[in-house]
Design a protein around this ligand. Sequence first.
Ligand code: ZN
Length: 281
Amino acid sequence: MIFRILLSLLFVSPPTHALTLDSTPVPGGIAIVALPDNVDPASARYREKKVLVTDIDGLPSAVIGLSLGTRPGRHFLSAVNTGGKSLQIAFDVESKAYEEQRITIKDKRKVTPEKRDMERITREQKVIKKALRHWTDTDEIDLTFELPVDGPTSSPFGLRRFFNDQPRKPHSGLDIAAAKGTPIRAPAPGTVIETGDYFFNGKTVFIDHGRGLVTMYCHMSAIDIEPGTRVASGDIIGRIGMTGRVTGPHLHWGVSLNDARVDPLLFLPVPEQAAAVKPDQ
Ligand SMILES: [Zn+2]
């Protein structure tokens, strides 16, 4: 599939459309590990979780999400071959230094939630985590995304964050700034598996693209789609807003792969990446 896309793109204009999926494996990134011939693709696991397998350059390959907490060094993909033998396929993860970001949030309750907020937050975390680790088998998978909204990146993925000088979890998505009401579009085909209005994330939509690839869209002013709806690339799912913990209108775009949050930029073709990272940072 990817190979076919690559080929067709190469014939159009070779230098500008290279996919970045083969980028260096780092925490918050992805590792591409070619599977030996006799391996059952459905058996591939990383940290006991099923991983996405697709053809890359004509070879069945595992596309493994690496969480921001991944330790640099040697890691193993486990799989079973057609003879029933277990295999450990090694790959190396390199280190990556992400920058620090300090944000001032006026609504102190969004930084240090009150006791009564905690029950809601705990309940919502369960729903969010369940959506992000969703697995569906699919015949086809598109790993080349379109930008869900036009606008400058206001916060890149992976920043080590401090809210009102208090350390919090690193930034697990990519923020794109745009005016309130701007349409947000599905970046690739998939199925809407969950929507909600959450304490930190505000109005949110989750799209399942299959094989453990799930995307999330937060802080919307309006959700324009219902769970269970099948979407094509470019379909409108909601509108830019500032619900939840925000300092201004933007989209927080998250990408989860085998339940690891990874950098959404990895799924954009190079020219769109260049457009996404605009001056004002
Ligand atoms: Zn964000």
